[in-house]
Design a protein around this ligand. Structure first.
Ligand SMILES: Nc1ncnc2c1ncn2[C@@H]1O[C@H](COP(=O)(O)OP(=O)(O)OP(=O)(O)O)[C@@H](O)[C@H]1O
Ligand SMILES: [Mg+2]
Length: 485
């Protein structure tokens, strides 16, 4: 859910959402315009198919009635058959127009009027036909009657025409109003859309460009060799992630610079101390300070020898940890016999144990599964632990080296001694490089790199290394390794 919300507020989400909203609004508006156009079309269709034909038919009907009257009178006066024919012709026309009107007239008001028209026309045509056929006894009376009906009929037809005409005007007015309304709404909608889209584009761009600009400034600082403080950017989640990765990168760069500085200072200290002792001893020998004192001259040579050895150990340690720092390439891992590796180290360090009369007990599980890793590197780490145990355990002490399976995945190695132990204050720091405990009393030589190297090797195998110890009661160093399948 949170992820979904994050995606919506991201760059892609924002653009997709705003475009979608815009699309929905435009679609809605298109439907609205379409609907209104349909309505206008219906009104105009009504005007052309009803109102205009009704008006035209009304005019034609009035004219036919007038002509019927004209030829009826002419025939009565002259008795000319031709006029009779013409009368009949106009009557046929009036009937056909009336028929057409009955089909086109719609709406209650017009239909009511048309019904009266039809009724009056029926009476008019009936009386006119009767008179022309000579069925009326009194022509003058019939004339008056026909004149009266035809006046009424003409009035009704005019009423029908006027009604259709005023309806036509109203409908045109309505359609005009609708067109204007649609036009007005279109302009308002398009303006709102343009302003809205521009505002959204502006805010979106600003929300993206501002944090990017800030990130750019921070990058410039890094390029200039400065490490900016960790910062937070309020931005779309993609840029927030970029900023958080950037912070991590700065922290790593800072750490790596600090490490480099610490390393240089430690290394120079480690190398300078024995070198100056060697230089001083060599100087004294050269100046012949103890020329006649073979005992002291021998001591100076011993110092040179011991310090040179310390120098070699330091240089080797420094080279080793630097290699581990620089070379991040994965080890060539394979299944190997962990018990065998431990036994080999025990054998190799036997002379030291024997010299200090330290008893070394092996407790390597029978049928210990094979471990998975780089045997040479693991041997290097375990040797550091065993040589520490030998170094920090007094004469006649005891060391116990064990290896067993902990669960289905891991093997556990323990190197336990009953030596001088480590103080609670030092214990959390002993795996840091160049950290030497305060339990040395100046008697045990070392560079403080052994455990740092061991930790690096074990963690690159996906294992863990830790220590349990109490000052004066001995220590136990443990590490895990993945087993081979
Ligand atoms: N088995 C142990 N018993 C008591 N103290 C120990 C033991 N192992 C390590 N330490 C303490 O931890 C410190 C760090 O050990 P580490 O092996 O890293 O350095 P080192 O032994 O002093 O020097 P080197 O680089 O030669 O190994 C030691 O100086 C020592 O104080
Ligand atoms: Mg050591």
């Amino acid at each position: 859910m949170l992820n979904y919300a994050m995606k919506l507020t991201g760059i892609f989400g924002r653009l997709a959402l705003t475009n979608l909203i815009l699309l929905v609004l435009i679609s809605y508006f298109i439907i609205y315009v379409f609907h209104k156009t349909e309505q206008i079309h219906t009104i105009l269709h009504d005007v052309t198919s009803v109102n205009l034909p009704v008006i035209a038919d009304s005019d034609r009907l009035i004219s036919s009635i007038e002509r019927m009257n004209e030829f009826r009178l002419k025939y009565i006066v002259t008795g000319d058959e031709d006029f009779y024919e013409r009368f009949n012709g106009f009557m046929a026309e009036a009937e056909s127009v009336s028929q057409h009107l009955s089909e086109t007239v719609t709406g209650k008001s017009k239909t009511d009027i048309y019904d009266s028209v039809s009724e009056l026309y029926g009476a008019f045509s009936k009386m006119s036909t009767a008179q022309i056929k000579g069925e009326e006894h009194n022509n003058t009376e019939a004339d008056t009657e026909i004149e009266k009906i035809s006046a009424l009929l003409t009035d009704k037809i005019s009423e029908l025409k006027n009604t259709a005409d005023s309806e036509w005007q109203k409908k045109l007015e309505r359609s005009n109003q609708m067109v204007e309304k649609v036009l007005h709404r279109s302009v308002v909608f398009m303006t709102a859309c343009i302003i809205g889209a521009a505002a959204v584009a502006f805010f979106n761009t600003r929300n993206i460009a501002r944090p990017l600009q800030k990130l750019g400034e921070k990058t410039n600082e890094v390029a200039a060799g400065r490490f900016p403080e960790s910062f937070y950017l309020k931005a779309p989640y993609e840029i927030e992630r970029l900023a958080s990765d950037f912070n991590i990168m700065i922290r790593r760069l800072k750490e790596s610079r600090e490490q480099k500085e610490e390393f240089v200072s430690n290394v120079s200290h480690e190398l300078k101390t024995p070198l100056s002792s060697i230089k001083e001893a060599a100087q004294m020998l050269k100046e012949g300070v103890f020329d006649n004192d073979p005992e002291n001259s021998g001591r100076l040579l011993d110092i040179i020898n011991a310090e040179s050895e310390r120098l070699i150990t330091s240089v080797n340690g420094i080279i080793e940890i630097s290699r581990l720092d620089i070379n991040d390439a994965p080890y060539e891992m394979q299944a190997f016999d962990l018990g065998g590796v431990l036994k080999e180290i025990i054998k190799k360090t036997e002379p030291i144990a024997a010299a200090k009369k330290i008893k070394v007990v092996q407790d390597i599980a029978e049928e210990l599964p094979e471990a998975f890793g780089a045997a040479e590197m693991i041997s290097r780490a375990a040797e550091n632990l065993i040589s520490n145990a030998l170094k920090y355990t007094p004469e006649n002490g005891m060391i116990n080296i064990s290896a067993k399976k902990t669960d289905e995945r891991l093997l556990l190695v323990s190197v336990k001694d009953n030596g001088r132990g480590i103080s609670g204050e030092d214990l959390p720091h002993i795996f840091e490089r160049y950290r030497r405990g305060r339990n040395q009393h100046g008697d045990v030589k070392g560079t403080g790199l052994g455990l740092a190297i061991a930790r690096k090797i074990i963690s690159r195998h996906g294992g863990e290394i830790w220590a349990k110890s109490r000052q004066g009661e001995g220590s136990e160093f443990l590490f895990t390794l993945p087993r081979s399948f």
